[in-house]
Ligand binder design. Structure first.
Ligand SMILES: *[C@@H]1O[C@H](CO)[C@@H](O)[C@H](O)[C@H]1NC(C)=O
Ligand SMILES: *[C@@H]1O[C@H](CO)[C@@H](O)[C@H](O)[C@H]1NC(C)=O
Ligand SMILES: *[C@@H]1O[C@H](CO)[C@@H](O)[C@H](O)[C@H]1NC(C)=O
Length: 590
């Protein structure tokens, strides 16, 4: 969700979401999340569904084929690593083992307390099923088991996978985006990592892909992003959603494309290519040409109504998928590059900014832009942990599209998130917070007075007019004006970007930063059962909140592990990560 400065605005937005019946946000889930519907089966269907045999309501008149031919030359992403010193190797391997031990601790907790359930509750030792009850943690973690070389655990998990039915689910409404990035991404990635050996993975992925494909069976072939799957199976009327988050719509392309590549059936690629074509058609007609707003209307094909723009939650992976789709398609299609470059040029103008900070570091953060009624575009400097993937994205784009200036921006964005981690007593960045953007990046010299002014100017009347009181009550670190959500939910985005920049530059100081982040996260989140989200990163000893989403083992620990592994383990020149950190194999030139 987009950053908002005032609590009142936040409540309004929340209310709007409840009204629209959006029970959960897009995959990089924002801070304030209304309660989900209780999980239950509505009970109209209690047996596996043969989705392939259900006649299409709206068959396509011609199928968009996968591009064919020898992949184009795409410049390498990874640094050319030389021989490492013995001392460095020793340190690196010690860190790698520590990450692996933490992973095994969490995995054992899941096995013991929540096996075959969606998530373990890491304080109470129970479990939760909020992702359809198809063992999302298990499926999401398969490829991490493979990458960490835990063959025995992987065999056990693959055996358990046999009994999971991917043609139905326990919830009445399927979140197509979450299901795609976590389940489909996890299955396809582990299949790729096995070199095609474990055919059960592709079989299950195809079952699930065929189920999800029915969500695209609408008059304009754009999907129903929160989908009543039983209605879909029972030949009910279907129409594309009238309100979707742009990330939900734009972050299906990698998984569906890979499924077409692996099965030879072009229909999955056809389905997502129609979405990309829609984004292309609208790119220059939005309130900020180049960017797409958070909310779009696929039913009416209206992508211009909303005036809020961000690389944070609800839009994030839409942008992330353009350079990644370029790589997965072997550089044979010009569209993703075009869409990416126009978006980045707009983001540089309207989203990225240098924040006022104590040591006058030359760092960048990515905020939110809103166009108001007077057509004035205003930057809202609320930063989300979710937006920390941006540095990694800019880094990859800089390399594959030969845009060297973007690499400097990438590094500054990564340093911005590291700054936020290091500013907190726990050593962990909060879920969301506000800072002070310097209107002129060359005039960004710290003073306590500027900080105080920034604090007071962002507040509504009725708040204390005394900045020192606000600082003390809000436990604000220098440069922070408000912490709008103090939690840490075990999210991966910051370490994801540190990992990518390390692989691009070979700069071992990034490994040192990663190690500090890891120690801080381990210190504050470890429970006797697993690891837990925490309530307040401004406490040195934060409270656990009994939650461990599947991305902890699927993403966060995987990116920590890869930061300390040898650089040819999942090389970025051979693999492309989906937005749930599932590596898919890139086509190689002959
Ligand atoms: C599905 O519904 C449509 C429209 O109501 C109808 O024309 C069609 O015959 C139905 N198909 C099946 C297989 O029931
Ligand atoms: C949008 O505008 C930019 C800049 O004028 C141009 O380079 C790009 O091709 C346009 N994109 C589309 C999809 O028309
Ligand atoms: C992780 O945290 C635990 C508990 O606080 C501690 O015993 C352990 O040494 C930590 N591990 C690392 C690598 O920091």
């Amino acid at each position: 969700m987009k950053p908002v400065i005032r609590r009142f605005a936040l409540l309004c937005i929340l209310a709007v979401f409840v009204v629209f019946g959006l029970y959960q946000f897009a995959g990089r889930e924002p801070a304030l999340q209304p309660a989900r519907k209780a999980s239950h089966t509505s009970g109209r269907i209690d047996h596996p569904v043969k989705w392939k045999d259900i006649p299409l309501r709206y068959p396509v008149s011609s199928m968009i084929p996968l591009p064919t031919g020898n992949p184009a030359v795409i410049p390498n992403i990874q640094h050319e690593f030389g021989v490492e010193t013995l001392e460095n190797k020793k340190k690196r391997e010690m860190r790698l083992e520590a990450v692996k031990r933490t992973f095994l601790h969490s995995w054992k907790g899941y096995k013991k307390y929540a096996w075959m359930q969606d998530e373990v509750t890491p304080v109470s030792g129970g479990y939760k099923n909020e992702f359809g009850g198809r063992a999302v943690t298990l499926v999401d973690t398969l490829d991490t088991l493979s990458i960490m070389g835990l063959e025995k655990e992987l065999s056990l998990a693959l055996k358990a996978l046999e009994s999971i039915d991917f043609t139905t689910t326990d919830v009445p409404t399927v979140n197509v985006f979450e299901t795609t990035i976590r389940y489909l991404g996890g299955l396809l990635s582990t299949y790729d990592l096995s070199g095609g050996k474990h055919t059960i993975l592709l079989d299950k992925a195809t079952d699930l892909g065929d189920m999800l494909y029915t969500a695209f069976d609408t008059p304009n072939r754009l999907p129903i992003t929160r989908w009543d799957w039983e209605n879909g199976a029972l030949n009910g009327t279907q129409e594309a959603s009238s309100l979707s988050l742009s990330a939900e719509l734009g972050s299906l392309s990698l998984e569906f494309t890979r499924l077409s590549q692996l099965t030879g059936d072009p229909k999955y690629f056809d389905a997502v290519q129609r979405i990309s074509d829609q984004f292309e058609k609208c790119q220059n007609t939005t309130s900020i040409p180049g960017l797409w707003p958070v909310r779009v209307n696929p039913q009416r094909e209206n992508f211009n109504a909303d005036r809020t723009f961000t690389f944070g939650g609800m839009s994030d992976s839409l942008y992330e998928y353009f350079p990644k789709q370029h790589m997965l398609l072997g550089g044979l299609v010009s569209q993703p590059r075009k869409l990416y470059i126009s978006a980045i040029e707009a983001a540089k103008k309207y989203l990225f900014f240098r924040p006022l900070n104590l040591n006058n570091q030359d760092i960048l953060l990515s905020g939110t832009a809103k166009k108001n009624a007077a057509d004035f575009i205003k930057l809202q400097p609320e930063i989300q942990h979710l937006s920390c993937f941006t540095g990694g994205m800019l880094g990859i784009g800089a390399k594959i599209f030969s845009r060297p200036d973007d690499l400097d921006i990438a590094r500054k964005l990564v340093n911005g998130c590291i700054w936020a981690y290091e500013s907190m007593p726990s050593g962990i960045m909060p879920e969301s917070f506000n800072v002070i953007p310097c209107p002129d990046p060359d005039d960004c010299v710290w003073s306590r007075q500027r900080w105080h002014e920034g604090i007071l100017s962002g507040r509504t009347r009725g708040f204390s007019e005394n900045a020192e009181t606000v600082i003390e009550e809000g436990k604000l670190a220098p440069g922070f004006t408000e912490i709008t959500d103090r939690r840490f939910l075990l999210r991966p985005e910051a370490i994801e970007s540190v990992f990518i920049l390390y692989r691009i530059t070979g700069d071992t100081s990034l490994q040192d930063k990663a190690w500090r982040m890891f120690q801080a996260v381990n210190r504050s989140t470890k429970t006797s059962i697993s690891n837990s989200a925490i309530s307040d990163v401004t406490d040195e000893e934060p409270e656990h909140i009994d939650e461990c989403e599947s991305f902890w083992m699927a993403e966060t620990l995987k990116y920590f592990y890869l930061t300390f592994s040898e650089p040819d383990v999942i090389s970025l020149d051979e693999w492309v990560f989906n937005t749930e950190a599932h590596p898919l194999r890139r086509p190689q030139r002959e």
